[in-house]
Design a protein around this ligand. Sequence first.
Ligand SMILES: [Zn+2]
Length: 413
Amino acid sequence: MSGQKCRFCNNPLEHVFVDLGVSPVSNDFLTKDALSKMEPMYPLSVYVCEKCFLVQLPAYQSADSLFRDDYVYFSSFSKSWVQHASDYVDMMCERFGYSNDSQVVELASNDGYLLQHFKAKGVPVLGVEPCANVAAAAEKEKGVPSVVKFFGVQTAKELLADGKSADLLLGNNVLAHVPDINDFVGGMKLLLKSDGVITMEFPHLMKLMDLNQFDTIYHEHYSYLSFSAVERIFSHHGLTLFDVEELGTHGGSLRIFARHTEDQSKPVTDRAIEMLNREDKAGYNSLEYYQSYQAQVEKTKRNLLTFLIEAKEQGKAVVGYGAPAKGNTLLNYCGIRTDFIDYTTDLSPHKQGLYLPGVHIPIYAPEKIMETKPDYVLILPWNLKNEIIEQMKEVRSWGGKFVTPIPVVEIHD
Ligand SMILES: [Zn+2]
């Protein structure tokens, strides 16, 4: 028993979905000096609520300390993500006919990577973004007006008092990251015009379970969402999910479409009904199904360790590629340090020269791999494996091989 309550329905949380032990906060990269100091570790135990089946990580740390002002993630650095945003804007304008009379509001709008595309079409935009430095970049570099705030009922009321309300309210990779999901969804209910549309994207719990993506569990990620659980939460707040799309992003995401329950102008699609049925059939409305996950995760850990132990016994050199949040979860849970992996590499100069939290593996620029010519390169951001294998194909010139750990250990010859 966790002593914690469900963040949606307030039922006591008594059932563990998966326990990954204790782990440091994943973006807390360490300097060399910090290696000899005490390091904060927090439990990484995910629960499932027996009443509403929301899979969730209780908040062990306040959101303020996770999203510090020096938290640097600029969405525009990822070309494929900016393209994804541009395609979305074209699709939405085509389907719902947004124009210069419409108001689009994005929650967690980051540096304006998405809203810039609406702006280019003459559609008025407003970003809501808690990180001051990324919001400033949105205004300065992309001309996207941004309010520096966490979103919820209070922020919605302030925006309404300012004469703002939304024809389209959207948020990508934010619903799973909010500690108070009722306050967040309640705020959307207030800010949405009577015939407005909400879209949200989040990683699909069905992919996390089917494809062993337990490494996508980390402290900033509070909820692990099925379509059915989100449907219950939105419904409680007077919102109806009327459509859903399955996307390839982040290992498999859902894009949901919601409206006011009273707004009958947009009928619930067959796709939405099919998704509810598919999840129900798979077991997402039964506690037993969730409780089968721990064994699957432990098996994945044994498989990865078996590969590493055998490689080391044969005198092979193994290094990592990437320093993503999911890598920190995987390496800390499996107890993989420099005893197995000599170093990892990352394209971001902000991470080079630092150490992974917890496991203290050093991070270098990818060129280091060409110098040391290891036998195996373990790709930690496995969702980008095709891109990385192409970028790093020189590894094959000395017989080096790429390895992906998830969903099962796979060696790419
Ligand atoms: Zn609940």
